[in-house]
Write a protein that binds this ligand. Structure first.
Ligand code: PMP
Length: 380
């Protein structure tokens, strides 16, 4: 009960917050906590442990007193180490004007980028299905998220993208390999979009957090074709460091300079000990883990191909599957949860309610149990 003089705290909340829906993913996680021994294929984080060398580097950093702020833009040796790898993969023209900033997760990089570039009324081109943060963070700056439909292949049609560009379009966000579809776009599509941004003066943001999980061919960054691409990336998925909060952004130095300024007044810096861990991560080979995720993808695809429309997921650790028999995704997921299987309804990432997302960042035993439930559901 509120006293007459008390104001309803809801009235203090900014209008911009109205567009945030409490994430549908969170709802599934809450349900997960209530179920006994659920078959959990909903979580988008690797199930392998953080490699020992990385853990030791972070512990050593704490024990030897690296517990204060680092410089805003991140440890110089970490920045230099990442940039050296970037230079190996990009042509020299793409590196002429390229600076880097270490952020609090890839999320930190995304928040800083969008806040630094978007004004109210600007338009951001993204793709449906989208990663949940893109429309929400766009809206927080008062800008508009324009979602280009990519169903049923989940690869965008560049002509369709071109037709949605307006004088207000300021940013395009690419994410391949993608969350939630696992789609790895053909090189010519990435190239066409990268060149389109260059031609139209649109800032291209490439979210490359899943680049290491590219199973059917090498990952090629759109920065190959557009030197002004702002790349965001991090250690959460590649080294199972989701809780460490280390990511980074590299791109045109004038932009990065502005992001450093904003970081100074928001996040201050990425966690110091986690940055020391990330430095050690640069020399850790993760190919065994990646190979094991590829095997898991192949296993589920083989097992479900007969009953489900799975498409061509070339990367990340997600499958985006059509609910069978023309059912809608939300109902299908509700039934799956009744059968103790946790998956995410596609509606969380899309205007369509036709699909569901499976994460195969889980043990083989969990995956096998999930596959059995899905097979039974297809027959029901
Ligand atoms: N981008 C994409 C596409 C993601 O899937 C995620 C994590 N789910 C992030 C960014 C954020 O990752 P983090 O902040 O943990 O680095």
């Amino acid at each position: 009960m509120l006293h007459n003089k008390q104001r309803d705290p809801a009235e203090w909340i900014a209008k911009a917050m109205g567009q945030f829906e409490s994430s549908g993913i969170r709802k599934v996680f809450d349900l997960a906590r209530k179920l006994k021994d659920p078959v959990n294929l909903s979580i988008g984080q690797p199930d392998f442990p953080v490699p020992e060398i990385i853990r030791h580097a972070a512990v050593k950093a704490i024990d030897s007193g690296h517990n204060s702020y680092t410089v805003t833009q991140g440890l110089p040796e970490l920045r230099e180490g990442i940039l050296a790898k970037v230079r190996e993969n990009l042509p020299p023209t793409a590196c002429e004007d390229r600076s880097i900033l270490i952020t609090s997760g890839t999320t930190g990089a995304l928040v800083l980028t969008l806040t630094c570039v978007l004004d109210p009324g600007d338009e951001v081109i993204g793709f449906d299905p989208w990663f949940v943060m893109y429309p929400n963070l766009t809206g927080l700056s008062g800008a508009k998220f324009i979602a280009v439909d990519t169903a049923p292949t989940f690869v965008p049609d560049p002509n369709r993208v071109r037709s949605l560009i307006t004088p207000k379009t300021k940013v395009m966000i690419l994410n391949t390999p993608a969350n939630p579809t696992g789609a790895m776009w053909p090189l010519e599509v990435t190239q066409a979009l990268a060149e389109m941004c260059l031609e139209k003066g649109i800032l291209l943001i490439s979210d490359e957090i899943y680049s290491m999980f590219s199973y059917d061919g090498p990952f090629i960054s759109p920065a190959q074709f557009n030197p002004q691409t702002l790349v965001i990336d991090g250690f959460s998925k590649s080294h199972a460091m989701t809780g460490w909060r280390v990511g980074y952004a590299h791109g045109p130095s004038r932009l990065v300079e502005e992001m450093i300024k904003l970081q100074q007044f928001t996040f201050v810096c990425a966690p110091s000990m986690a940055q020391h861990g990330a430095l050690a991560a640069l020399n850790v080979d993760m190919s065994t883990e990646v190979a094991s995720y590829k095997e898991r993808r192949d296993f589920i695809r083989r097992e479900l191909a007969h009953d489900y429309d799975i498409g061509q997921p070339g990367g990340a650790f997600y499958l985006y599957v059509r609910a069978p028999h023309g059912r809608n995704g939300t109902d299908f997921v509700a039934e799956a949860i009744n059968r103790n299987l946790l998956i995410i309804p596609g509606k969380v990432f899309s205007h369509h309610d036709t699909h569901f997302r499976i994460s195969y960042a889980a043990t083989m035993k969990t995956i096998e149990r999930g596959v059995e439930i899905l097979k039974a559901m297809a027959k029901a």
